[in-house]
Design a protein around this ligand. Structure first.
Ligand SMILES: Nc1nc2c(c(=O)[nH]1)N[C@H]1C(S)=C(S)[C@@H](COP(=O)(O)O)O[C@H]1N2
Ligand SMILES: [Mo]
Length: 319
């Protein structure tokens, strides 16, 4: 068994246990056992039925591949602000307060604005798009996301001619995010895209999944989703979107300089320093090394929509 297989296996055992545990807690809570000691993430709030989002399916932008079950999407997460284990975000993100929440869109734009999350949510019609998601660690999921093209927001604030990049900054609040105690990266979590990548119709400003508002562990109340890039480009729980002339510094490359660079496009031909990226394992009911192993596609299968943005670029050098 390869080292990364072992790691993957170990990582996958816990989330299912957390899910089962949560289900049994839900049952006892429903039976009125409120006096019992609840796990920290099991707040009364979490009991409320998830808030629905009305979204129109966008079939032209959706894969027909089988979607990853809700329980996997919401219990197997990377969200270092809540811990570095896959089960940590689901266990710890209950403390995140997603209302009130504002997002500031600033920098090189004609109309900088700070929008309340509920105003941002209504800025454009909500679509549901089923995207393939590929983590740099070698696993993947297929997730129905709810949101609208980031270009709608960018057009609303009107980028200046000098704007070349868009920077995304996540919330960093020690009171709400226990993971900030460890300096795994320099907080806040920062990501970025070139302006044309941010304007690409695939780039989704995302408020929900499976027709419900984002669970906290998936980046509530608003995140970015960039399906042709490794998952870490899709920054969660955004508070600032800033247009800049210079290429923004991103958290992931600070975390490990041997990791990928700014572009981080999914590319089966460019290995990670410690493993191949030629294949991936779909997260699902079949776990770990038994999970179906499939070939990773160039640009995660979105080459038709994005390859032209990189014409003439050496994708091995600008990885
Ligand atoms: N703020 C923040 N955003 C983040 C991360 C993080 O640790 N912090 N992890 C990234 C990584 S590595 C991945 S694979 C995806 C996972 O998103 P998901 O848990 O919704 O599947 O979120 C990305 N966005
Ligand atoms: Mo990732």
């Amino acid at each position: 068994m390869r080292l990364d297989d072992q790691k993957l296996l170990a990582r996958e055992i816990t989330p299912q246990a957390v899910f089962e545990n949560r289900r049994s807690l839900m049952k006892s809570a429903a039976a009125g056992a409120f006096g019992m000691a609840l796990a920290p993430w099991f707040s009364r709030e979490a009991l409320a039925s998830p808030q629905k989002l009305i979204a129109t399916p966008n079939l032209a932008f959706s894969t027909k591949e089988e979607t990853t079950g809700y329980q996997h999407v919401t219990t197997y997460n990377n969200f270092y602000e809540f811990g570095t284990d896959k089960a940590d975000p689901a266990a710890n993100a209950g403390s995140l307060q997603t209302r009130p929440w504002t997002v500031s869109i600033e920098g090189l734009v004609k109309k900088p604005v700070t929008l309340d999350i509920d105003a941002l949510l209504k800025l454009a019609p909500m679509e549901e798009r089923v995207y393939r998601m590929r983590c740099v660690e070698g696993w993947s999921m297929v997730i129905p996301w709810d949101g609208y093209a980031l270009s709608k927001l960018l057009n609303y604030v009107q980028p200046l001619g000098s704007a070349k990049f868009v920077e995304f900054i996540s919330l960093a609040d020690r009171k709400q995010m226990p993971g900030l105690k460890s300096q795994v990266i320099q907080w806040p979590y920062r990501e970025g895209l070139r302006l044309d990548e941010a304007m690409n119709p695939l780039t989704l400003l995302t408020f929900g999944l499976y027709g419900e508002v984002l669970p906290n562990q998936n980046g509530a109340p608003v995140r970015i989703v960039v399906p042709w890039k490794y998952g870490f480009k899709s920054a969660k729980s955004l508070v600032t979107i800033r247009l800049t002339e210079e290429m923004p510094k991103i958290s992931w490359s600070q975390f490990d300089s041997r990791e990928y660079g700014f572009y981080s496009n999914v590319n089966p031909l460019v290995d990670h320093p410690r493993w191949s990226q030629a294949t991936e394992r779909r997260i699902g009911n079949v776990k770990g090394i038994f999970a179906p192993k499939i070939k990773t596609q160039m640009f995660n299968g979105y080459a038709d929509q994005v390859a032209s943005m990189y014409a003439g670029m050496d994708l091995k050098k600008f990885n």
